[in-house]
Design a protein around this ligand. Structure first.
Ligand SMILES: *Cc1c(COP(=O)(O)O)cnc(C)c1O
Length: 355
């Protein structure tokens, strides 16, 4: 069998949820499990994160799957309704939709649910992606409350820069200031806000990335935040090459040896989800020793420096990210984020679940 595998630890996810709780105060915790639980598997994440107060997904299909798996906690539909036909299913499966557009209120009036729904009304506090304008809050909240199909309202917003120095205050203060008069429960925090800004707690927090052991911050590692990597992508050397000074390796010959050196060929490439843009020098671990990639990542292979691993040969284990190689460091080297790497794990990579 091709030796690549993703080892996914349910214990790490459960641990990271406990870390999220230590930051959540009295707020309840939605475990965000959209995008196949950021590549970790919806069913696996549901088991690992069973202690969450609720789950947050994007689609009705994900929500229905969670109900089939026996989830009885609240389920939030983060991106709201994609059509009026979804309202009946929300009622049937007790799903909580986000309402972020006047159209959603029309749909609810025209297709009243069999039982009234808990809804989350999303306001745009500056991200300018989804949500009602903050300035319209009085009429929007009144309109939502007048819809017979609505049982309860929670106010919601989302931060654009919670992971950056600009922070959340420029959005949080107007959101709370404008909406305080309604006396309604509210939710605002993603992982970054939850970790750094206790004032964002509200009634519910919505961590995703941190549950899987990624750090949202460029200036703090996951380990410094007390998080454990949930996914370790590992493979093995399937060949070893000897380069002479001046010889190059791989497509484009992007890396050239300055002196004679051994190069390992790893069974992992961009068709497995490893980022093709990772340049020479991206961290890897070969037989437990910190090393680096060399040259261009191919579809099914990449090359690593064996200068510090004289005993390495065919079959030597290589960690691409996870235990011992922070996924955030690999992502930073490739000019992307750990979100993208985790979500892009390819279906062809076998998953082994660990405790
Ligand atoms: C994905 C998402 C989250 C989780 O964000 P992380 O940065 O992964 O913690 C929270 N809220 C909304 C609306 C989202 O779409």
């Amino acid at each position: 069998m091709r030796p690549i595998q993703a080892r996914i630890s349910t214990g790490a996810m459960a641990h990271n949820l406990r870390v999220a709780r230590t930051h959540a105060g009295a707020a309840r915790v939605f475990a965000v499990v959209k995008a196949n639980a950021y590549g970790h598997g919806l069913s696996r994440a549901r088991r690992a994160l069973a202690a969450a107060d609720g789950f947050a997904v994007l689609t009705l299909e994900e929500a229905a799957n969670l109900r089939l798996m026996g989830v009885d906690q609240p389920i939030l539909l983060l991106e709201g309704l994609f059509g009026a036909d979804e309202i009946a299913t929300c009622a049937e499966l007790d799903l909580w939709p986000v309402l972020h557009h006047p159209l959603h209120l029309d749909w609810l009036r025209q297709h009243p649910p069999a039982r009234p729904l808990q809804v989350f009304v999303k306001f745009d506090s500056g991200m300018h992606r989804l949500g009602f304008p903050l300035a319209d809050h009085a009429s929007v909240v009144a309109a939502v409350r007048s819809v017979p199909g609505v049982a309860g309202v929670t106010l919601m917003t989302h931060f654009a820069q919670a992971d950056e120095p600009a922070g959340v205050d420029w959005q949080l203060q107007p959101f709370l200031g404008e909406l305080a008069a309604h006396g309604l429960p509210w939710t605002s925090a993603n992982s970054a806000a939850l970790l750094r800004y206790p004032a964002t707690q509200g009634a519910w927090v919505r961590p995703g990335l941190m549950l899987y052991g990624g750090s949202p911050f460029a200036d703090a590692t996951a380990a410094e935040l007390g998080l454990r990597p949930a996914m370790t992508l590992q493979s093995e050397l399937i060949s070893v090459q000897m380069l002479q000074a001046g010889e190059g390796v791989g497509y484009g010959q992007l890396f050239r040896a300055e002196r004679p050196m051994r190069v390992g060929v790893v069974a992992c490439g961009y068709a497995d989800g490893y980022p093709r843009h990772a340049p020479t020098g991206t961290p890897v671990r070969v037989d437990g020793v910190a090393s680096r990639t060399l040259g261009r990542v191919s579809m099914d292979m990449l090359c690593v420096d064996l200068s510090d691993c004289p005993a390495a040969g065919i079959g030597t284990p290589v960690v691409l990210w996870g235990e011992g190689v922070p996924v955030d460091a690999v992502a930073a080297s490739a000019g992307t984020t750990s979100y993208e790497l985790m979500c892009a794990l390819a279906a062809r990579v076998p998953v082994v679940e660990t405790g």
